[in-house]
Design a protein around this ligand. Structure first.
Ligand code: AMP
Length: 284
């Protein structure tokens, strides 16, 4: 395992050349797309890829197309040097760090969007978000041609969008979903947690705790609408300033469910001051 240094490539041509050489030797390739500011959640995806494939390529690209007006594109944490060092220590083989113009050169006009699944929840509150995600993920898949690609359940709807995307477009990559890594108090690890001040950080675990209690109520047979209303109120009482959504959904299309009568997912997005947190849990 290569300790200390990791090869960093910045152009699609160089990426294709390196991965093509590995593929020609019969080596399988795992892709881990990220926006950097890496933490243990990201590293759990890298660990899966290192275990399951011969070569692991991590991508670091803060994708402007998935940030809306007034969102945190400019202030999103960036620390390539630290990310590269940590990835080398975790056994990744390659870090792809394209500039924005490498991914979206002048004249770029194609976009990939998903009706339905791409328009609800995150898609409704962040218009254009999933189009940005689907467009860049499609490009990364076509650039790297990986055998497997690893995505976290932290962004559960995104994982489902990516599964739908590769099915619909016949992109031959196996999508591997990985469980959410959490702090000991339940807060899901996220690059955006660094935005939280001490007071907000103390409130933040209530998001996961509320999802868990709400899940228990639903499993005990509570009526969905009443249980969601309880959960919304619990989040506001805990100190969240605004709830974008708190929803019981199907596990593949992430469609809203009226009742819990099979496998389901509880998903939430809520604001703590200027920071928007998302989380989800599985039920049934
Ligand atoms: P991001 O850099 O935030 O775009 O995340 C890159 C990948 O890491 C996505 O597939 C995320 O779902 C995944 N990820 C982020 N946070 C976590 C976490 N706490 N546990 C597991 N996976 C995560």
């Amino acid at each position: 395992m290569a300790e200390g240094r990791i090869e960093i490539l910045r152009t699609v041509a160089a990426l294709r050349q390196r991965l093509g050489a590995w593929r020609a030797q019969g080596e399988s390739i795992g892709l881990v797309p990220t926006m950097g500011a890496l933490h243990e959640g990201h590293f759990s995806l890298v660990a899966r890829s290192v275990k399951e494939t011969d070569r692991t390529c991590v991508t670091l690209f803060v994708n402007p197309k998935q940030f809306g007006e007034g969102e945190d594109y400019g202030e999103y944490p960036r620390d390539e040097t630290r990310d590269a060092e940590m990835l080398a220590a975790r056994g990744a083989d390659l870090l792809f760090v394209p500039a924005v113009e490498e991914i979206y050169p002048p004249g770029f006009t194609t976009s990939v969007s998903l009706a339905g699944i791409g328009e609800r929840l995150e898609g409704a509150f962040r218009p254009g978000f999933f189009t940005g995600v689907a467009t860049v993920v499609s490009k990364l898949f076509l650039q790297a041609l990986p055998d497997k690609a690893y995505f976290g359940e932290k962004d559960y709807q995104q994982l489902c969008v990516v599964r739908r995307l590769v099915t619909d477009l016949n992109i031959p990559v196996a999508i591997e979903g990985c469980p959410i890594l959490r702090e000991s108090d339940g807060l899901a690890l996220s690059s955006r947690n660094t935005y939280l001040d001490a007071r907000e950080r103390a409130i933040a675990p209530a998001l996961h705790a509320t999802l868990v209690s709400l899940g228990e109520r639903l499993m005990d047979g509570a009526e969905t609408g009443a249980a969601i209303a309880w959960g919304t109120d619990a989040l506001l009482r805990a100190g969240f300033s605004k709830i974008d959504y708190l929803a019981l959904c199907g596990t593949q299309e992430v469609e809203p469910l009226d009742a819990l009568d099979g496998p389901a997912r509880l998903l939430a997005a809520a604001w703590l001051g200027r920071t928007r947190l998302i989380d989800n849990i599985g039920l049934g």
